[in-house]
Design a protein. Sequence first.
Length: 332
Amino acid sequence: MLRGAIVGFGDVALKGHWPAWSASSDASIAAVVDRSAERRELARRLAGAVTTFSSVAELAASTLALDFVDVCTPPASHAEPAAVAVDRGWHVLCEKPVLLNGADFERLGRRASDRGVAIMPVHNWKYAPIVKRATDLLRSGAIGRLRSVDIDTERLQPCLDVGQRSWRRDPAISGGGILMDHGWHAAYLALHWFGEAPTGVKASVARSAPDAVEDEAALVVSFPSGDASIALTWRGQVRRNQMRLLGDRGQLLIADDILHLDAERARTSTRFDQALSAGSHHDAWFRAMLPEVLAAFRDPSKSRAPFAEASACLAIVEQAYRSAGAAVSVPV
């Protein structure tokens, strides 16, 4: 059984990651790192055998035997635990965005390769049952060759965290607004569905105040086979997700909890138990992702494609910000 440490025990760890780890028969959490004494105490109450630390440096200086770390802190504080883990030879599972800077991402990847460890991003939306079913239909040729993707994400506000606050509006913590947050999910879904490297992006953003992070974004990501059009807002009238995959022989429409297939050979509508917009922590999706994560920890070569996907997501988001600032299309 692999032994790991959770770094950051906020809501995403408590409600999204912890339930999956605690149910796993292949891995266990031996340690929790959090600067908050209250959250460390909560971790001890949930699992009496867990050892808690107030910092990553304290964890690294301990004699605790570990195989991996699961980084659940906000984006701006991903770099330190990821680098420490790689230097110690521990595998890394990291919430998105893994890092906020392309050059740092490349350096971390080289260090991980040199040390023979895996770095895996939490790209959990691919494991939502309705998304996985749409992907399976696409791969089976149900709608023919993919020509375009439309992804719309509507929220009334950013996800709230501990104490009903949202660090997502603080660029020093989040690294950006809705483009860095929900835009990352949309980017890896587009990459996953097209299965190609992006060639360009054109974007625009809107802010509620000049010094605020963007709370709306629209971007078109170009691929050799077609375009992905992405619309994101934290100013919505309802909470919803909609995704459309258009092929040359039909289309798939994900309308939150209903998957519509309209193709030459079939027309079906299937309702799923949970809407994509229901909740923010998605422990079931994380649980479905774990076999791939643990397989990569046991064979780090299996982490190359997920790591490359995360690198491409960062490139898309970085270039989208550049495009929005210059009001032109830019290459990726």
